[in-house]
Design a binder for this molecule. Structure first.
Ligand code: MN
Length: 499
């Protein structure tokens, strides 16, 4: 695979003469060099020669748009670059843009500063001219302000690049739906054609028999190797161990995993859904198989939920190698007390072990719905700490992302009879306001839960996609949120739909 990259484009003009422009180019190269050795920037930054004319600007924007492995550009106006020169290029640019508002020099050299220095270090006004044009063009972009050597700035830039990687993933993503939607469920359904227009990913339907075909080709050697892996990675319950009463359930689960992987690999699917109502000849609802596929970076949504599946895949790409896991999640049950109330998140089976706080236990238990054999699943708790829940919903005339900032806490008991992975969290600002706001915003019961990403990632992502974002955090009040939803209704009706 060709390495993905972000291009670094410096704007200027010929007015300054060759001497200054030479200095501009050298400074930009030094900044790029600094970014490329930063641990906080997970992608290669590629220096591009300074653009000084409308034609050069248009050319670089066209080239960035058509170069597959370029996932976005960073633009910086070291000197003044009259912004009418940028109109054509910016209107043609189809990749995310980060406006880096920095200055090569950090502190004013009080003793030596002269007009030559001022002519070189003038992004303070050069970038404002550039920014004005993007605002005039109503162009969504990320603005990052600060000195380029600061860790805080590099982290922000690296996070934006991660989001651009997630957005790039959306452009190629294929989502396989095994079976349709859980019957009569509203929020997991939606307009797949509009989603492809807006986000790039395609969603197509398959049948459990497509997976069963692959299961039939699975060899005993493959099954044995996978069973050994289960034994090494998880605490197998007694009945699942060799000679145990339910050992065959584990063998069946391993076959389902191998078949599912082969199906996904063959079709280049990086995200999928299933539903307990369309299991066909599958012996169990896939549990451990789905959990392990999520841990390997696949997107998943239960009950046909293709939006959450695609979103989970994109967020897995953004979060790669960061601390903290990312999982499919569902608001399941509440813990109400007079002092403080909590949400327990879980699912029937499918929680990603990337959020496990210890070695998961591998167990088999009956499942009340679906009418199939008992499914094998991994059971665990998740670590305490800050997290977000993210939901992508289809409102009919547009998509909306809803984020709730939460604080995961340790469960108050051992939950010995609960046969599923779970997380307990304290939603911000509190359960009453968070749940009221979430419901008003039409947020789903399915979410992506992550301890690796913060709201800022999702904010950048919503802007790249050009969709609405509703954030529920410590500052949320229900009255303000209602006003925001009403204002957005008008804004997206009047403006965004006419783009
Ligand atoms: Mn569900």
């Amino acid at each position: 695979m060709v390495e993905k990259e972000v291009w670094f484009v410096t704007g200027s003009q010929h007015l300054y003469g060759p001497e200054t422009l030479k200095q501009v180019a050298e400074n930009s190269q030094e900044i790029v060099k600094g970014f490329n050795v930063s641990n906080n920037i997970p992608i290669k930054i590629v220096y591009k020669p300074t653009v000084k004319t409308p034609a050069e600007i248009t050319d670089i924007c066209l080239l960035a748009s058509s170069t597959k492995n370029c996932i976005g550009i960073i633009a910086w106006m070291h000197t003044f670059s009259p912004a009418k020169m940028w109109i054509k290029g910016l209107s043609l640019l189809s990749k995310p843009l980060c406006h880096l508002h920095t200055q090569f020099n950090a502190e004013v050299p009080w003793e030596s500063i002269d007009m030559d220095f001022m002519n070189l270090n003038q992004s303070a006004h050069g970038d404002r001219e550039f920014g004005h044009m993007m605002t005039r063009m109503r162009k969504d972009r990320k603005i990052i302000v600060g000195h380029w050597k600061e860790e805080k700035l590099q982290k922000k830039l690296g996070n934006w690049a991660r989001v651009a990687l997630g957005w790039n993933e959306f452009q190629h993503l294929k989502v396989a739906r095994l079976g349709d939607n859980m019957r009569e469920v509203a929020v997991t359904d939606g307009d797949k054609v509009e989603a492809q227009l807006r986000f790039g990913f395609s969603v197509n339907g398959y049948d459990s028999s497509d997976v069963v075909d692959h299961i039939k080709k699975v060899t005993q050697v493959e099954v044995d190797a996978l069973l050994e892996e289960y034994d090494n990675l998880y605490e197998l319950s007694n009945d699942l161990q060799i000679g145990g009463a339910k050992r065959q359930s584990l063998v069946d689960a391993a076959k389902i995993e191998l078949g599912l992987r082969a199906f996904l690999d063959q079709g280049s699917f990086k995200a999928f859904t299933d539903t307990f109502e369309n299991l066909g000849e599958l012996k169990q609802l896939p549990g451990i198989a789905v959990q392990r596929l999520m841990a390997d970076g696949y997107g998943f949504g239960g009950e046909g939920d293709w939006k959450t599946s695609a979103l989970l895949r994109a967020m897995k790409v953004m979060a790669r190698d960061l601390n903290g896991g990312t999982s499919f999640m569902e608001d399941y049950t509440y813990h109400f007390t007079p002092e403080k109330s909590y949400v327990m998140g879980s699912h029937m089976l499918e929680i990603c072990p990337s959020i496990a706080d210890a070695k998961p236990s591998c167990e088999v238990h009956p499942l009340g719905i679906g009418g199939k054999e008992d499914p094998v699943r991994l059971v665990f708790n998740a670590p305490a700490g800050p997290a977000i829940n993210v939901s992508l919903v289809d409102l009919g005339n547009r998509f909306r992302l809803v984020v709730n900032e939460v604080e995961a806490v340790n469960p108050m008991g051992k939950l010995p009879n609960l046969p599923v992975a779970r997380v307990l969290w304290d939603p911000k600002p509190d359960l009453e306001i968070a749940a009221t706001s979430w419901i008003l915003a039409g947020g789903a019961h399915h979410t992506v839960y992550t301890q690796a990403l913060t709201t800022e990632f999702i904010e950048d992502f919503a802007e790249m996609a050009g969709i609405e974002l509703v954030v529920i955090d410590k500052n949320t009040t229900v009255r303000d949120l209602k006003n925001q939803l009403n204002a957005n209704e008008a804004y997206y009706h009047l403006f965004k739909n006419n783009l």
